[in-house]
Structure formats: C-alpha cells, structure tokens
Write a new protein. Structure first.
Length: 289
C-alpha cells in the first residue's frame, strides 16, 4: 500500500481493502534519501496497526540497494541504506524487511554471493538487539540478479550466519519462483520444489510470501507480475500454497498491478486489489482448479 499522506494512511488503506496484513516502503523505493520519521507518526502508525488489526506488517527495502556490487561506493551506500531500512522498521515495530539480495554485475556469481553475505554481516553485526528480521527475497533471476536458486540463498545465509549474527529469514514470491524455473503446477512438482527449498534453505526460514501471478512462463528468468489467475503460475499452484499447512501462519501480500488511473493518495480500495483478494480467498476455501 502507498504511504502517501503518512505511514498511518497505509494501514487505513489496507483495512479499507479488507487486508489482514500489509507491506509498505518506509521511504521512497527509488531514492537513497529518506525523510526522518517523527515520533508522533511512528506512534500513530503503531496505534493504527493495533486498532485496525492489520498485522504483522512488512517493509520492502529500496530497489537501489545492491549488496552484490563490486563498486566500493555503491557497496558502502547499500550497506548504509539497508541499515537505515532496518532501523526504521524496528522503530515501527515491523516483522521484517524484505530485500532483493543483489546482482554480481561485472564479476562472478561466487564473488557476488560472498559480497552479499559480507554486507549482511556488516549491517546486522551493528544491530544484534533488533527484533525486525532481514528477509531475503527469492528472485526471478533477471540478468546477473542473485537469489534465484535455493542453493544461492542457502549459500548467502550459511556464510553470513557463521559469523554469529541473528537468524536470516526468507520471503517467497510465486511469480519469481515460476520465472526462476521452480514448477508449482502439479502436486508432485510442488512437493519437489518445497523439498528442494527445505534441503537448501529450510522451510522454517520462510517468514512471508508474495502472491503474484507471472506474465512470463516457467523458467523465463523475467520478472513481470500479473493479476491472480491471468498468468503462468496457475490457480492450482496458488491453491496448493494457500492450503499448505506449513504456510498457514505466514503473512501473504499481493504485489499485483494497481489501476493506473488511481491516485496513490486515495483511501478507497483499488478495484483490482479487491478482485485479487477475492480470488485468493476463494482458492483457500474451494476445490483445486
């Protein structure tokens, strides 16, 4: 949800749409600079989450952050920005900050993975008492993006956690899973994907899920989100995930497209949000398509 008009407005928008949980950017996703969060706004946000019963809440980190970069200036800036994202989320009482791991750009995959782990250690080592968790998001694998295989995510986490920092979580994304080549289209392929996830990362690390359909087919490595039921994920895949008892207690959020004509400052729910939520809730209770 948009934070236009202040962070508490995002909670109001979520409740207006009938959401039980919420994801926000605590700052502009395309800018390094972040406005300070006044104490009064933090208190109002926390109060709104309780009064409107929208919780837990997640933050998504800025898209500019790239812990896999070999450029010293960008690496330094990315670490500082991630630290600020975690500090803001902690002040707001959020469950976690969702982060795209990064890209290796002109170097190698192995070097990129090592830099990401080093960056995470550097940031989290200064925040050992924080309760907000860092959640690495499984990616689609476009270009040199890392984190599109469970082996890559496992390597980052294993390397970082050998340095005795707090546990690192995972955020799954249905569009990204399919685009990266993980098949959810049958009972057997879904079971195989989850077995691979458990083997290389651990199902217990999954702390959140993004529910998005994919405009591009299985294994395309292209990240293009679509409305539920209008892409290549398949309604059966959503049904399997939504009825998997191992996922029942996890916050799940939609990152599906908004209607382009709508003002971000509006409180009234976006019609496509309502439609996507309706389909998801039907899939939770109906027979497998």
């Amino acid at each position: 949800m948009s934070i236009a008009g202040g962070l508490p407005k995002a909670v109001e928008r979520a409740r207006a749409a009938g959401c039980d949980t919420l994801q926000i950017f605590t700052k502009s996703s395309g800018q390094w600079r972040a406005r300070p969060l006044p104490d009064a706004e933090i208190a109002a946000f926390r109060q709104a989450c309780v009064e409107l019963n929208v919780r837990p809440v997640l933050a998504h980190a800025s898209y500019l952050i790239n812990l896999g970069s070999s450029q010293e200036a960008l690496q330094t800036r990315s670490r500082a920005a991630l630290g600020e994202e975690l500090d803001r989320a902690e002040a707001l009482g959020l469950l976690g900050v969702v982060l795209h791991p990064g890209s290796y750009t002109t170097t190698s995959e192995a070097e990129g993975l090592a830099r990401i782990a080093e960056g995470i250690v550097a940031v989290l080592s200064d925040r050992t008492d924080q309760r907000t968790r860092l959640l690495l998001e499984h990616t689609a694998g476009q270009g040199t993006n890392l984190g599109h295989t469970f082996q890559q995510l496992g390597a980052i986490i294993d390397t970082a956690e050998t340095r005795a920092i707090q546990p690192i979580g995972l955020c799954l994304d249905t569009c990204h899973l399919v685009a990266a080549g993980y098949d959810l289209g049958s009972d057997s392929s879904y079971a195989d994907t989850m077995a691979q996830l458990d083997q290389h990362v651990g199902l217990d690390r999954v702390q959140a899920i993004h529910l998005n359909d994919s405009k591009t087919p299985l294994g395309s490595r292209v990240d293009r989100h679509a409305h539920i039921g209008s892409g290549h994920v398949g309604l059966g895949a959503f049904r399997r995930l939504l009825t998997d008892p191992r996922m029942h207690m996890l916050p799940m959020v939609l990152e599906t497209p908004k209607e382009g004509s709508r003002a971000t400052a509006a409180i009234e729910p976006d019609p496509m949000d309502l439609e996507n939520l309706r389909m998801i809730r039907e899939l939770m209770n109906g027979p497998t398509p």
